[in-house]
Ligand binder design. Structure first.
Ligand code: AMP
Length: 641
């Protein structure tokens, strides 16, 4: 691979935009896409004064850049086609190559374990990539955790089996896989069928209308197909292994989780978490208490997720380990209004509701407030988060007209979900799901309540007790403690989590025998409960309403967002000579890996000292920068620009 390193453009193409009047001139020099700090030729004032002036001069919209020589063969001087406008697949491919070459050459990311020929779907972030990622995550924390008062947690990646059994991942987190019958190479069955249908539609313009409809129908219903249906389609179309053209096996489910064992015995199965959300759900009870037993509240977590993708592709977009940033907003299912909805109600942006997709229409610009009012978006809280995600992504630098919110079709949604929308960003690979925003109803908390025996519920206290007939379970902590000592808490929680039917059965046994056998899942054993340990009575007055909260979950794939951002910030422009073309990332200041460059305009040792002092001040202020006192005299160029 070509390793052609060109110095950052900030040194060769900056111009003064702020006339410097002070004797020591520290000026903010910027092209529309470049931000540099230069030292002018006279020294009279302390750097601190000038530095504070510099800080006030950094506008939000200024951006910084990284540049490298254009790979050979590309047209010099021609602007790189933005992915969205690239008319042809070849155009998109060429654009992507320019972006990816620049990213790899400048170490934004590196294929992991490269000297050992790498591992598909695993990537390292290099120095500028780490800086961009840390800036994106810092803004995420500010925009969501701080501004929304969320409770942040940080849970382990290694997760015991019971948790992922309860969530459904052990049984259902699978993709259908086929194998090349001779080489054993694995493929995702739905991807093969989709690629086949798309290629046929693209390459055979004269297909009969019925065939076109059939292929389109196959693409639309891929998610619904069983292993048998997919296998039948693969056979019907004669699809073979892409590289060898060998026969393929029948499709079968492959679980995407990386399995491991916890501890040395090998007896305790664990998995690398496929999402961070479960860590939040299992902590619900403590977080609710921490929040003063009040709803709504949101918890957030940033961390690594692991998915053993069958055939990772599309670079950073489908990988086997990636950073997720997830929010679980817990809300009363009977009141999904949001107190701050009016803050986002007037936002207008591209939405692609279910109706438009089913009738082959395009996405359209809608006012968020209207989409919620007319029921297109299920509720205010879901709408509020869609608005906040829109603001987050566009403030990062994602182009507004290449961002849309697409509603899930009924066949894409889990049966329990109330409504789901994906923030999709257009890049050279097409429209890519980068953030999923789902109203998951009470599914997750109910699943963990059932499996753990711990009631993950909230309560609404009534101002006045209400007249209703209800079964009340009152465990006696003292008697349970005497009988079960260290296990008292688990028995107590299991008693409280009994369903009405279980409680009535226990009540009748206690009344007839004075005791009842009781299975405690969390202890994995049966214990004997006596009359003294619990009272189960029908009460006429209810003081509170106990319910399982609904969860609204925005889930951000940080790597995908960053890759799309790279494409949206990328452009090319002419270099110093006519046949030189420079590839540039014009990042918003917020995400720019380097905020500015410090260098003297002319070679003079005195200036070097001042440049170093300025650099120190910038470091103390947390402003990432480059200092260059190598002595290239560029004063004339600046003054005449
Ligand atoms: P999901 O839990 O499948 O809805 O995924 C949540 C988010 O994670 C998606 O919106 C993507 O942005 C991201 N994501 C999912 N799978 C991958 C992957 N294999 N590689 C990179 N990002 C992913």
């Amino acid at each position: 691979m070509e390793r052609n390193w060109t110095p950052p453009l900030t040194r060769t193409n900056f111009r003064k935009i702020q006339p410097c009047t002070s004797p020591i001139e520290i000026s903010l020099c910027s092209s529309p896409h470049a931000l540099s700090l230069s030292l002018a030729s006279t020294l009279h004032r302390s750097c601190k004064t000038s530095l504070s002036r510099f800080k006030t001069l950094i506008p939000f919209s200024l951006s910084t850049m990284a540049a490298a020589n254009q790979p050979p063969g590309s047209a010099p001087g021609a602007p790189a086609a933005p992915a969205g406008n690239a008319a042809t697949a070849a155009g998109r491919e060429a654009f992507r190559q320019s972006v990816v070459n620049t990213l790899e050459r400048r170490l934004f990311y590196i294929p992991s374990f490269k000297i050992y020929r790498g591992v598909a779907g695993l990537y390292d972030y290099g120095p500028p990539g780490c800086a961009v990622k840390s800036n994106v995550l810092a803004f995420w924390r500010q925009h969501f955790v701080l501004e929304e008062g969320m409770l942040e947690v940080d849970c382990p990646c290694v997760t015991p089996e019971v948790v992922l059994k309860a969530s459904g991942h052990v049984d259902k987190f699978t993709d259908l896989m086929v194998k090349d019958e001779k080489t054993g190479t694995c493929y995702r069955a739905d991807h093969l069928l989709k690629d086949f249908c798309k290629e046929k539609l693209e390459k055979e313009p004269n297909l009969a209308p019925e065939k076109v409809a059939e292929l389109n129908h196959d693409i639309a219903t891929l998610d619904d197909m069983s292993a048998e249906q997919l296998g039948a389609k693969i056979k019907e179309y004669g699809i073979t292994a892409p590289e060898t053209k060998n026969q393929l096996s029948d499709p079968y489910p492959f679980n995407l989780m990386f399995q491991t064992s916890i501890g040395p015995t090998g007896l305790s199965t664990g998995y690398m978490r496929p999402e961070t959300a479960q860590g939040i759900f299992v902590n619900f009870k403590d977080l609710y208490y921490y929040n003063g037993n009040k709803l709504p509240f949101a918890a957030a977590q940033i961390g690594q997720a692991f998915r053993n993708e069958i055939s990772p592709r599309q670079g950073l977009l489908r990988v086997r380990e990636f950073t997720l940033a997830e929010i679980e907003h817990f809300v009363d299912p009977e009141d999904k209004s949001h107190p701050k909805f009016s803050d986002v109600a007037d936002l207008k942006f591209l939405m692609f509701p279910r109706e438009e997709q089913l009738t082959s229409k395009s996405s359209m610009t809608l006012r968020l407030g209207d989409a919620v009012a007319n029921g297109t978006i299920n509720n205010e809280t879901l709408g509020y988060f869609i608005g906040r995600v829109y603001l987050f992504l566009t403030r990062l630098g994602i182009e507004k007209d290449r961002l849309r919110f697409r509603q899930h079709l009924p066949n894409e949604m889990a049966h329990y979900a109330a409504d789901c929308w994906d923030a999709e960003i257009e890049c050279s690979y097409g429209w890519i799901e980068c953030v999923g925003i789902a109203d998951r109803s009470a599914y997750d908390l109910k699943a963990h309540t059932e499996k753990s025996g711990v009631a993950l519920v909230a309560a609404e206290k009534f101002a006045e007790p209400r007249e209703v007939e209800k079964l009340v379970i009152t465990p006696s902590k003292k008697d349970l403690g005497l009988a079960f000592k260290g296990n008292q808490k688990m028995v107590l929680e299991a008693l409280e989590a009994m369903s009405e039917a279980e409680a009535l059965e226990m009540k009748s046994k206690l009344e007839s025998n004075g005791e009842a056998e009781f299975q405690v899942c969390t202890l994995n054993k049966t214990v004997t409960i006596t009359n003294k340990m619990v009272s189960i009575n029908k009460e006429k007055k209810e003081h509170q309403r106990v319910f399982t909260p609904s969860v609204i979950e925005p889930s951000f794939g940080i790597g995908r967002i960053i890759y799309c951002l790279y494409e949206h910030c990328f452009y090319t422009r002419a270099g110093k000579t006519e046949d030189e073309q420079l590839n540039v990332f014009g990042f918003p200041t917020l995400v720019a890996p380097i905020k500015c460059t410090v260098f003297p305009l002319v070679k003079n040792e005195q200036f070097d000292t001042v440049a170093r002092d300025i650099s120190k001040e910038l470091t103390l202020s947390g402003i990432s920068h480059i200092i260059d006192v190598t002595g290239t005299s560029i004063g004339k160029e600046v003054c005449t620009d």
